[in-house]
Design a protein around this ligand. Structure first.
Ligand SMILES: [Zn+2]
Length: 444
């Protein structure tokens, strides 16, 4: 079996049960699995010199809309609140097709890879002009990231009092049919899986109560996870109280949307009872701090969630509501926001890094990922801390959140995806050129 030996790291951050940080340790990868973490290891295979580097588990992204990399910084939506922002972008997204979905996914995935992410979820909830979930899965296959695509959906269009234009919504029967198709075709429940599919109606305000309930029943029947947007901002809470007569937590619980197999994006406005509900049921949260800041949604009660035992991971959210897809920036922002809200001792750099790695893996139900331990999948990020911005740093691990925003090397399932700061799996300049061509066509 192929071996890779990562030698002489300044520090290996294991995220194991004792959260050990091993100075001068090596990591041996055999096949797709970590075979050893110790000093003085040897191999006959490839050696990666990690002198001057910090080695961590690959970062985990629990919420994204990859397709939105094609609509970054669109004029007219830049300064709007969530609902107004969506209304600006819907007509542009309605002109997407398979090529736009595939290329924008490649760009988003490469951006994640270059910033140290080895496992990402994606939430695709519109399928205009023949686009399919298959297009993003093909993109991830080429880029080489571990991928949890979720089959999203919108079914309440403008003419039924919903937010999206009618052209972007689907019939609920077809939505469920296609969920079954993509789960049967692509979902891999086995350990080390590179693709796991989830079911993910866009949000409680874009599908019916029936579809929310049926999606939960279907997911349980198929043994796949459930994902949606929940309690993102004040408008969201007001909508829930007015239309459903209850808060989002209650709505989720009534329809089967809590449990170990469910994670919700944002949850900025969860109250104490809802936090207890999530903790009690093992329901996970995708915290998206940059998006929450960008859209002025508020500060998610992450300190309270973590203290109550809620599983929390990080999400970059769609590039159109963040303008960037960099998980290190999210970890830093998560730390800063909790400190703004709760004081300078509210979150350490190590806790933010834990949320960005192990936390995300737990949210996505990946007990085989998120830490550097023997038997875990070989998803490894190598960060160069020998440059000018790191010179003089006493604590290289804490420094990670202030320092390199890009990874030097990234290994996923024992394969090199980034080497020396460049993509090795795809021709990135060609992908960028194609993306810019598609963006220009959409502007025209
Ligand atoms: Zn989102």
């Amino acid at each position: 079996m192929n071996e890779i030996l990562i030698k002489n790291a300044d520090v290996v951050v294991t995220m194991d049960g004792a959260r050990r940080e091993l100075a001068g340790a090596d990591v041996l990868v055999r096949g797709g699995v970590i075979a050893a973490v110790a000093a003085g290891l040897a191999t006959t295979g490839r050696v990666i010199d990690a002198r001057g580097c910090v080695v961590t588990p690959g970062l985990v992204n629990t919420h994204h809309h990859l397709y939105q990399t094609l609509t970054r910084a669109v004029p007219g939506g830049q300064d709007a609140l969530l609902f107004g922002w969506l209304k600006t972008l819907y007509p542009i997204w309605a002109r997407f097709g398979p090529e736009e979905i595939f290329t924008s996914a490649q760009v988003g995935l490469a951006e994640l890879a270059l910033t140290g992410c080895s496992l990402t979820s994606d939430h695709l909830y519109m399928f205009p002009n023949g686009a399919r979930l298959d297009d993003t899965i093909a993109a991830a296959g080429e880029v080489g990231l571990r991928f949890h695509p979720t089959r999203g959906a919108m079914s309440i269009g403008e003419s039924d009092g919903g937010l999206p234009p009618d052209a972007l919504v689907e019939r609920e029967a077809s939505i469920l049919e296609d969920c079954i198709r993509v789960v049967d075709r692509f979902h891999d429940a086995s350990e080390g899986a590179m693709v796991r599919v989830g079911i993910a109606p866009c949000s409680p305000f874009s599908v019916s109560r029936d579809l929310m309930r049926d999606a939960a029943l279907l997911a349980r029947d198929k043994g796949v996870m459930l994902h949606t947007h929940l309690a993102e901002n004040d408008e969201d809470i007001a909508y829930s109280l007015e239309k459903f007569g209850c808060r989002p937590g209650q709505y989720a619980e009534d329809l089967g949307w809590v449990g170990d197999d469910v994670w919700h994006a944002h949850c900025v406005k969860l109250d104490g009872q809802e936090i207890d509900l999530f903790a009690r049921t093992g329901t996970g949260v995708a915290h998206c701090p940059c998006s929450n800041c960008r859209l002025g949604s508020g500060i998610a009660p992450v300190r309270a969630m973590r203290d109550a035992g809620v599983k929390v991971g990080l999400g970059v959210d769609g590039s159109a509501s963040n303008d960037a897809g960099n998980l290190v920036a999210e970890a830093r922002q998560a730390l800063l926001l909790q400190r703004v809200a709760n004081g300078a001792d509210a979150m350490s750099a190590r806790e933010a890094l834990e949320i960005a790695t192990l936390g995300g893996a737990q949210v996505l139900g990946r007990h085989d990922c998120g830490s550097l331990e023997v038997g875990k999948r070989a998803d490894i990020a190598i960060w160069d801390v020998s440059g000018v911005e790191a010179a003089g740093s006493w604590d290289r691990v804490a420094f990670l959140l202030a320092g390199p925003m890009r990874v030097r090397d990234l290994i996923v399932e024992g394969c090199e995806v980034v080497r020396g700061g460049a993509m090795v799996t795809i021709d990135l300049s060609a992908v960028i050129a194609k993306q810019n061509r598609l963006a220009r066509a959409l502007m025209g």
